[in-house]
Write a protein of this length. Structure first.
Lengths: 110, 116
């Protein structure tokens, strides 16, 4: 069955460093992969989308890579700030069928 | 601002007592979703509507039902809540993707359900 794994439950880094979060998947060939941010007690907020035929996408301090051979996406936040502290969810899908990972909780310490 | 609204934000019900959660949207999106999310877990899709077409996930219990009377509103009915149904319930919307396309989802703030 389809499985989505995000590298760890929690990641702690120092302000100014680059945070790298991993999303691995098995038994699936998604047409796209999305990353969302979720703050405690709130709904997820869309950040970035990358399609299966794209290798990399950037938006401000965010960068996403998508390797369909390794079945992996990496999500980078450069020059991290305490305000980036949140849970980050990856989601894979085809058309309207999209499945989420459990997320990685990122804490950026000042 | 266009948005997805969920009411109430917090709902307390008793074991076995039916409860209805509501979602409304001003985005005019034709797809609406209901997710269940438990602490530190992935949002789990329960069902979605593509316009008026209802799509139930295979593992969604019969205890969960949904209604979409019009484009703007969608309801989640839990007929006989059990302790295991305590969770955050998230409503989301999206535009229908073009063929082979994608769907960014817009989420509401969620309703946290407590079952006593």
């Amino acid at each position: 069955s389809q499985k989505i794994e995000q590298n760890s439950e929690a990641l702690n880094i120092q302000e100014g460093k680059t945070a790298t979060l991993t999303c691995n998947y098995t038994n699936y060939s998604p047409a796209y992969l999305q990353w969302y941010r979720q703050d405690p007690g709130r709904g997820p907020v869309f950040l970035l989308l990358i399609r299966e035929n794209e290798k990399e996408k950037r938006k401000e301090r965010l960068k996403v890579t998508f390797d369909t051979t390794l079945k992996q996406s990496l999500f980078h936040i450069t020059a991290s700030q305490p305000a980036d502290s949140a849970t980050y969810l990856c989601a894979l899908g085809k058309n309207n069928d999209m499945r989420f990972g459990a997320g990685t909780r990122l804490t950026v310490k000042p | 601002d266009a948005m997805v609204i969920q009411n109430p934000r917090y709902q307390v019900t008793q074991f076995g007592k039916p409860v209805t959660l509501s979602c409304s949207q001003t985005l005019n999106h034709n797809v609406m979703y209901w997710y269940q999310q438990k602490s530190s877990q992935a949002p789990k899709l329960l069902f979605h509507y593509y316009d008026k077409d209802f799509n139930n996930e295979a593992d969604t219990p019969d205890n969960f039902q949904s209604r979409r009377p019009n484009t703007s509103f969608c309801f989640l009915d839990i007929r006989s809540p059990g302790l295991g149904d305590a969770a955050m319930y998230l409503c989301a919307t999206s535009r229908a993707p073009p063929r082979g396309g994608y769907n960014e989802q817009f989420f509401g703030p969620g309703t946290r359900l407590t079952v006593l």
